[in-house]
Design a protein around this ligand. Structure first.
Ligand code: CAA
Length: 249
């Protein structure tokens, strides 16, 4: 059991997820990075690299698209580490296609991993947070959940849904010291970008007022801010970090 505040980051060995783990561990949290059971080798390598860099980050297996798998993961975490008080729902995938070409499987995979996961994981830990009188839930949404994106009917719907969830849950747990927010990154320098055709990505970056991708640590910094005890009056918010790609109020 830990005396530090325990944080769990889903998709924690991915591009943005691993930067969030690093931000949180440097801020003094005990951090667990969740990974999909099929990515055990990658997760172990990542953990080794963290260790070599002097960062003590745990890894926990669990398929966030499966409620049963999340229940097992939560049980193991509670037994070994205690109550998760900071939860970052970061696991996500893309299956970009125009709706004309999108198969039911493309829709289902993206909705299961990006949106159902938020229920599957948050449900495991929210009571622990309210009982402790402190908690932080941060969903990693997307600029494309706010503005929509050509070829992303599935992803845009899931990412918008994450914020609907956050706005509702924020009201349910506000009295118990638990905040629920979203961070909506713009296009970020991770492996996810490799699925975008080069010419399309170039056109997208040209539309970003900052004329560049975000770096993962620029997204992680916002998560660190929201996780902080001093951010206790911010709830139900959706904070953009998109280089000006979509400016709204
Ligand atoms: N707006 C309007 N029309 C567009 C368009 C756009 N943005 N993009 C393409 N079109 C047009 C094309 O010009 C083409 O027109 P014609 O048929 O008249 O020639 C038509 O739509 C079909 O385009 P494609 O042939 O390119 O269609 P495709 O099926 O081969 O590819 C796609 C479509 C897979 C969606 C591809 O355009 C693509 O990958 N786009 C990028 C999607 C994207 O931004 N994904 C973000 C991933 S990263 C992420 O999601 C992280 C995050 O949170 C930001």
């Amino acid at each position: 059991m830990t005396t530090k505040t325990l944080a769990l980051v889903t998709g924690g060995v991915g591009g943005i997820g691993s930067a969030i783990c690093e931000e949180l561990v440097q801020r003094g949290y005990q951090v667990l990075a969740n990974y999909h059971p099929s990515e055990e080798a990658r997760a172990k390598d990542k953990q080794k690299a963290w260790k070599n860099a002097g960062l003590d980050i745990g890894i926990v297996s669990g398929d966030v698209a499966s409620f049963a798998s999340c229940t097992d993961m939560a049980k193991a975490i509670k037994e070994k580490f205690g109550t998760v008080q900071v939860l970052v729902n970061c696991a996500g995938i893309t299956r970009d296609k125009t709706l004309k070409k999108m198969e039911e499987a493309d829709w289902a995979a993206v909705l299961h991993v990006n949106l159902d996961s938020v229920f599957n994981v948050t449900k495991q830990f929210i009571d622990g947070m309210t009982e402790a009188g402190f908690g932080r839930v941060v969903n990693i949404s997307s600029v494309n959940g706010k503005k929509g994106q050509f070829g992303q009917a599935n992803y845009s719907a899931a990412k918008a849904g994450m914020h609907g969830f956050a706005m509702a849950l924020a009201q349910e747990v506000a009295r118990k010291g638990v905040t629920v927010n979203c961070v909506s990154p713009g296009y970020t320098n991770t492996a996810m970008m490799q699925a975008i055709p080069e010419d399309v990505l170039k056109q997208i970056v040209a539309q970003v007022p900052m004329q560049r991708l975000a770096e993962p640590d620029e997204i992680a910094y916002v998560v660190g801010f929201l996780a902080d005890k001093r951010a206790g009056y911010i709830t139900g918010a959706n904070i953009s970090a998109n280089g000006g790609l979509f400016i709204s109020f």
